[in-house]
Design a binder for this molecule. Structure first.
Ligand code: GLV
Ligand code: MN
Ligand code: MN
Length: 419
């Protein structure tokens, strides 16, 4: 028999948790949610969740870089893991991340209230968005060992002040030199489920309540640096210019064309553009543009990245510009675990909650957890698919249904687990 929950009570508790974190002490901006690793707003947010977990009797700690962990059984025992992240995008809304931690917390409350005594660990990963240090999934990548000493020491600098990650981490009281010990954050997991807003509009448009995520898109993140020749905008003839920005314009349009041509829902985005000297009356001498290309077909999005690199060289040569392509990160697509997917689906069916299988176009910490434990995700609709924007909105009533489905999926998994 499925566990029947008081949905209105769960809705109100999840809404309270997520909306409390929109108050001024939890964000550094009055127009968006902004909180990045090792800032006071982030500290207060992690403390909020830590306090709620302690109220439930969980032991709470942080690993050597600051991933927050709470557990209701002694360390070393097998557990089911739940959670997400509570940092935000630089143009963030209330729900991306905190929803998953709030749903995890709600499942912990429900497990206690219904006398289920599930062995649970909640994780809120550090710096999922890359808003503090420019690389996504940082806390979960560190825990999964998907980083090198060199990257941590030399490759990561704070976007706001250019100082190294390790310096910020030490100042905040952490031990980044011991980052390998963070692997313990992912020890002993019999399963992992992250709940998240969909960040698209498929569920809303179809009128389906929950998404059960069967694969997460992989991605390539890279930069193209173009060095041309600055000159007087009035006195330099059109023939013979080495305009770095005109070259970038060709590359941006080619990225769009290549993604459409690649098919399989492959996407490509140029979201960052630095122009030097950036003056109305000067031919642009240097440009840096970013590339984000993703999909669930690795050959397709990697093909976009490599074709764009060749195109950039060719376009630059034609225009007398030098091009340099530098990859930041490449992450493979991640399939989810069939057993957890089935448990989620059966639980949703038993509760009469509509659902569909889907892929996630966005990246999630679950990509890193999946290398260590059977993993899956649940998506909750978000209004008009808007995310990474202050207007991001979601219905806590749907989040309560996600909590109910996750709770029942864990009960099923435990009932069928080999003893
Ligand atoms: C994570 O927020 C992403 O951009 O996929
Ligand atoms: Mn997120
Ligand atoms: Mn995000």
């Amino acid at each position: 028999m499925p566990v029947v929950i008081d949905r209105a009570r769960s809705r109100d508790r999840i809404a309270h948790d997520v909306l409390t974190l929109t108050e001024p002490q939890y964000t550094s901006s009055s127009t968006a949610i902004c909180r990045y690793a090792y800032t006071p707003e982030y500290r207060r947010t992690a403390d909020y969740f830590a306090a709620r977990l302690r109220e439930l009797g969980f032991e709470v700690w942080e690993d050597a870089v600051g991933n927050l962990v709470g557990q209701n059984v002694p360390r070393g025992e097998r557990v089911y893991g739940l959670g997400s992240h509570c940092d935000s995008n630089r143009n963030g809304g209330p729900w991306d991340g905190p929803l998953g931690v709030a749903v995890a917390l709600e499942v912990c409350r429900l497990s206690g209230e219904h006398g289920l005594d599930l062995p649970l660990r909640v994780i809120s990963f550090l710096e999922e968005e890359g808003s503090g240090f420019g690389q996504m999934l940082l806390g979960s990548r560190i825990a999964a060992g998907r980083i090198t000493d060199e990257e941590l020491r030399d490759g990561l600098r704070a976007i706001d002040d250019g100082r190294p990650f390790v310096e910020h981490a030490r100042e905040a009281g952490y031990r980044p030199q011991e980052w390998r010990s963070c692997s313990e954050t992912l020890d002993d997991l019999d399963g992992w489920i992250e709940t998240h807003i969909e960040q698209g509009r498929v569920l809303q448009d179809e009128g389906t309540t929950l998404g059960i995520v069967e694969a997460i898109a992989g991605y390539v993140h890279a930069d193209v640096h173009l060095d041309g020749r600055a000159g007087h905008a009035g006195a330099t003839p059109m023939i013979g210019r080495a305009d770095a920005l005109a070259t970038a314009a060709e590359i941006i349009l080619e990225a769009e064309r290549l993604a459409v041509q690649a098919g399989h829902a492959t996407v490509a985005t140029v979201g960052e553009l630095d122009v030097e000297p950036g003056l109305i009356n000067v031919v642009p001498g240097a440009v840096r543009l970013s590339l984000d290309t993703r999909g669930v077909r690795e050959d397709a999005f990697r093909g976009v990245a490599s074709a764009l690199e060749s195109f950039a060289q060719e376009a630059a040569r034609r225009r007398g510009v030098a091009a340099r392509y530098v990859q930041r990160t490449a992450v493979a697509p991640t399939p989810m675990d069939a057993g957890i997917l089935a448990a989620l689906q059966e639980s949703a069916d038993a509760a009469g909650i509509t659902h569909r299988r889907m892929a996630s176009g966005a990246a999630h910490d679950t990509m890193c957890v999946a290398g260590r434990a059977p993993s899956a995700m649940v998506f909750v609709p978000c209004r008009d698919g808007i995310s990474h924007a202050p207007e991001e909105d979601s219905d806590p009533a749907d989040a309560a249904l996600a909590a109910e489905v996750v709770l029942n999926a864990l009960v099923r998994l435990r009932a069928t687990a080999p003893s």
